[in-house]
Design a binder for this molecule. Sequence first.
Ligand code: NDP
Ligand code: AKG
Ligand code: MG
Length: 444
Amino acid sequence: MVYDKIQIPAKGERITVNPDFSVNVPDHPLVPFVEGDGIGIDVTPVMRRVTDAAVRKAYGDKRSIAWMEVYAGEKALKLYGSNTWLPDETLDALRRYVVSIKGPLTTPVGGGIRSLNVTMRQVLDLYACVRPIRFFPGTPTPLKESESELTDMVVFRENTEDIYAGIEWPADSAEVKKVINFLQREMGVTQIRFPASSAIGIKPVSREGSERLIRKALKYAVENDRRSVSLVHKGNIMKYTEGAFRNWGYDVARHEFGAQPIGDGPWCRFRNPRTGQEIVVKDVIADNFLQQILLRPEDYDVIATLNLNGDYISDALAAQVGGIGIAPGGNIGDGVAVFEATHGTAPKYAGKNQVNPGSMILSAEMMLRYMGWTEAADLIIRGVAGAIAARTVTYDLARARTAITAPHKPGEHPKATEEVARLMPGATLVSCSGFGEAVVKHMQ
Ligand SMILES: NC(=O)C1=CN([C@@H]2O[C@H](COP(=O)(O)OP(=O)(O)OC[C@H]3O[C@@H](n4cnc5c(N)ncnc54)[C@H](OP(=O)(O)O)[C@@H]3O)[C@@H](O)[C@H]2O)C=CC1
Ligand SMILES: O=C(O)CCC(=O)C(=O)O
Ligand SMILES: [Mg+2]
């Protein structure tokens, strides 16, 4: 295979996919990476250094990663020109080399190019966005430490459907007029409140797309000894999309995992064939879920949800365990996987060597585990946990917010008048690269 701008390292072999979608990983795999826009230039090199250190410590010379840079976003535009934000050869390399990792990419609001991140997921059919949320002791959070410790969830967000399909027409366009006309004349729709000035977006949700995502979440629960899978939806309002997602989820649990109803249902349960432990399959409406995760995080474990809900839920849950500075993820299809942090390009910090590289480092940890390199993955977890426990942290974790309350009379509700940023007690504030060094130091 010859690419135009992508240089294939001389040493290194291709990861391949088996018919059962497991992966064959050689000792020196070629792994594509996208540096990313904004803080991509800060976090991606640190992620590579930490990953290389973990692999070296775990396997010596026996194993190593042959990193292969592929281009997307602003770097691609500079290199390829002609409005090329996501070159075909990048998509080809991500598919052909099977396992890769990317930094964040910018998406303009209200116009301009569609999301490159979403496009990659759709084109490569990476249908599950898997985002684990775990607490590292010592991390400052908005909850009490004892409550944060109870937050241990893995979100499976559907990654190819829902309003992210990008089927929408702007207000006042000829297209939107045609669609509204069709809805009113042929479908008998009367509920569009302001038809003359409405934009329209379409939300496709299929049985096939929902089932494969929920099946992956249920399998994950079985393979990782989890206790429950919660289907999070807004099916009371969007009955045939989000409501159907819930119903299809229960169908998969019953028909493919042998789940039996609890009482009159629809909640159900089945025995994990590996351990004999019970796994409960339940559902919850999304707004209720968002308050319950703060009040009773221990009730939730594996989460399966639609694309937009999953986007909101992943940032909200990340905040509960310290923020999107330590929130990893992976976009996983049948074999092919692209790992990436939950956060975006945070442009105001770009190039300042200031942000937390933890999300990218932990995304690499997920990648190593996916490759079966568990010893190296474990070293990364120990390194991150050790650096945080030693309070060697970047600005986002070092700043603890303290509300100053105005004097108030008994019986009156106190008002927060000011919030000041203070250092987490005893913290050593380090740079982005400094945190990477601390992670390596604590790998043992
Ligand atoms: N998968 C992807 O590539 C994603 C891309 N995006 C894109 O990124 C751009 C910016 O999006 P925006 O909504 O501002 O969200 P971002 O996630 O980029 O940033 C929001 C805030 O989160 C905090 N933050 C983000 N990353 C880190 C980090 N590594 N360490 C510490 N703190 C961090 C910062 O908070 P504070 O200011 O409090 O320090 C930052 O201002 C948009 O174009 C968006 O479309 C967004 C999400 C995902
Ligand atoms: O594509 C984008 O710009 C945003 C993506 C996003 O927010 C996410 O993946 O969580
Ligand atoms: Mg998001």
